[in-house]
Write a protein that binds this ligand. Structure first.
Ligand SMILES: N[C@@H](CCC(=O)N[C@@H](CS)C(=O)NCC(=O)O)C(=O)O
Length: 286
């Protein structure tokens, strides 16, 4: 989605510029698409851990205070799933959309589903991976609340910080949301090699970043065997390395693995919540 640009410095940018954060799933989506298309781009890191996405300057680039943002020849585009479609339509290189009308309809629908999954993905990521680092101190939260950031973004961090994580009900609802969407993708993979159709494409890119994120949390992929095998195949592509791995600090991977192992040991990992969701029994310990 293109949005008007007020910043003269942005209007002056030529070529492809991506404003992103290394481990943000939405940023990963755009980097993978750029890599699959063979697009050369200029990187602008927006450090979410330092709240660089809520500075007045950044909010003049994206009033929602979110990454990623694509600037192409001075024009600003937001919403990662729209950006990957834009890159596919605008640039030569590999075609990331299928030929058949039926496949195209599925691609559209599954990309919309991936966009719809973002609130659940964000909640689960903060709860099961980012919590040790992302909980804001009361002072940092107060400072965040006084920015002009989108009220929904402020509410999210307020709820996360106030509860030192999310309630069991909120976690369970997010897991069910993802489970429902995964069921549909699992069915699709019974008919086609890739989510996009016979060839890897936009639907795969859009979901890969979510599936990979869930894998880091030790999501029970054995319940979705086709998704599990699809994820391994998608991760074997060079664009996974250039779009995700190369931007993932080893320290972050270690921290995620350590936190995930600790929650598993304590009996309140995503696996425990998912089992409760699956069996409709009482939830895990908090
Ligand atoms: N619908 C947007 C969602 C973007 C989004 O949620 N970005 C996250 C990172 S993945 C963000 O900027 N979060 C900032 C925060 O939570 O403070 C898109 O697909 O681009």
């Amino acid at each position: 989605m293109e949005i008007p640009t007020q910043r003269e410095d942005i209007k002056a940018l030529q070529g492809v510029h991506i404003f992103h954060f290394p481990i943000s799933n939405c940023s990963q989506r755009v980097r993978i698409a750029a890599s699959e298309k063979g697009i050369a781009w200029i990187s602008h890191i927006v450090d979410l851990t330092r709240d660089e996405h809520t500075t007045p300057e950044y909010l003049r680039l994206n009033p929602k205070g979110l990454v990623p943002v694509l600037v192409h020849d001075g024009r600003t585009h937001v919403e990662s799933n729209d950006i990957i479609k834009y890159l596919d339509e605008t640039f030569p290189g590999a075609r990331l959309h299928p030929d058949s009308a039926a496949d195209l309809a599925f691609v559209e629908q599954s990309i919309a589903s991936s966009s719809g999954a973002q609130s659940a993905m964000k909640l689960l990521s903060h709860e099961f991976l980012f919590k040790p680092k992302a909980l804001k101190s009361p002072e940092k939260l107060r400072a965040f609340e006084t920015t002009d950031a989108d009220p929904a973004l402020v509410d999210f961090h307020r709820e996360f910080t106030a509860g030192k994580g999310f309630s069991a009900e909120r976690i369970q609802a997010a897991i069910s949301d993802i489970g429902d969407r995964f069921c549909q993708l699992e069915t699709r993979l019974g008919d086609t090699e890739w989510l996009s159709g016979p060839a890897y494409g936009l639907a795969d890119i859009s979901w890969l970043v979510n599936a990979y994120r869930l894998r880091l949390m030790d999501y029970p992929f054995e319940r979705f065997p086709r998704m599990k095998s699809w994820l391994s195949r998608a991760m074997a592509r060079p664009s996974f390395k250039t779009g995700i791995r190369n931007f993932e600090p080893a320290s972050a991977r270690l921290a995620f693995a350590g936190y995930t192992a600790m929650r598993k040991f304590r009996g309140n990992s995503i696996r425990h919540y998912s089992a409760a969701d699956h069996d409709s029994v009482a939830g895990p310990h908090r």
